[in-house]
Write a protein that binds this ligand. Structure first.
Ligand code: MN
Length: 292
């Protein structure tokens, strides 16, 4: 499927004369087969509890990405030197979280069978469960590092198990609480904070992540980990969050871990009319690409 799309796209570009502004994420290449990393949009927001709109994130990220530099001074890498392909967005039926999870899982599995890694773009945080279901079939010794304002450890919400506010509970059930680390957390029910304490998942300094050095690590970044003064374009903003450099310092600490995939979720671009949130997400995607 991906191969066919690539072929058709390449053919159209060959027939037309440019110059064109790129419709894909800045710095991406046009060849799926030759890529090491696949950027894949997962535009689902069917279980958002507060302010929806995350399904518009991947497309707006692509448009805004033209405004950033491809060189990351934090990691001294130009993403034009990274072999990544922008696969576009998955298409989901409305209002069916179960089908969405299956579609994410199937596609992520295909990409890893092709010996590539994903950088997923949400969409709401529930999409990460589909990815972890796929990775859990492929990898032993899997761990997840979550950057987020919220615990996301609800066993259910309004009678639903599969929601963005319970995604880490579902992931922990799959891979074990001892294999999740939670960073930036400042909101949740008391019960969820007790769960974090019970399993020691809440990490307060980067060195506490070193126990995952020998694991296959998936990194999931909910953009509401940032303070809303920087990142107002999220569904559930929480005051008291990180600034950009603080997150960079956490990422620098884990850059040599065996990071097998990553996603960036929960941007609701239309909520922030200044588009600073989308621009910041683009910049973070650049840094994230250097980790894979
Ligand atoms: Mn969150």
């Amino acid at each position: 499927m991906l191969q066919n799309l690539t072929f058709i796209y390449d053919t159209i570009i060959y027939m037309l004369k440019g110059p064109f502004l790129d419709k894909d994420f800045i710095g991406s290449n046009k060849n799926y087969d030759k890529s090491d990393i696949v950027l894949i949009g997962m535009p689902y927001d069917g279980t958002c509890t507060n302010r929806p709109g995350t399904r518009f994130a991947p497309q707006q990220i692509r448009v805004e990405s033209i405004g950033i530099e491809t060189y990351s001074p934090y990691f001294d890498v130009d993403i034009q030197d990274i072999n990544f392909y922008d696969a576009g967005d998955l298409e989901f039926p409305f209002g069916n979280a179960g089908k969405m999870l299956n579609i994410v899982q199937d596609n992520v599995e295909c990409i890893y069978k092709d010996k590539k890694k994903i950088l997923g773009l949400g969409g709401e945080h529930l999409v990460t469960l589909g990815t972890i279901r796929a990775l859990n079939k492929i990898y032993d010794n899997l761990a997840v590092i979550q950057f987020d304002a919220h615990t996301d450890l609800r066993e259910e919400y309004l009678g639903e198990k599969y929601t963005h506010s319970g995604v880490m509970f579902q992931i922990a059930k799959l891979i074990g609480f001892e294999n999740i680390a939670q960073v930036g957390i400042r909101s949740g029910e008391k019960q969820e904070f007790m769960l974090m304490q019970k399993y020691n998942t809440h990490k307060l300094s980067p060195s506490e992540l070193d126990c995952f050095k020998n694991k296959n690590v998936f990194v999931t970044i909910d953009l509401d980990v940032f303070d809303p003064s920087l990142m107002s374009g999220v569904g559930t903003p929480e005051a008291g969050g990180m600034n950009y450099i603080e997150l960079i310092n956490w990422l620098k600490h884990i850059k040599d871990f065996n990071i097998i995939g990553l996603d960036i979720v929960e941007l609701a671009p239309d909520i922030d009319i200044t588009k600073t949130s989308t621009a910041t997400a683009c910049k973070l995607i650049r840094e994230a690409l250097t980790l894979l």
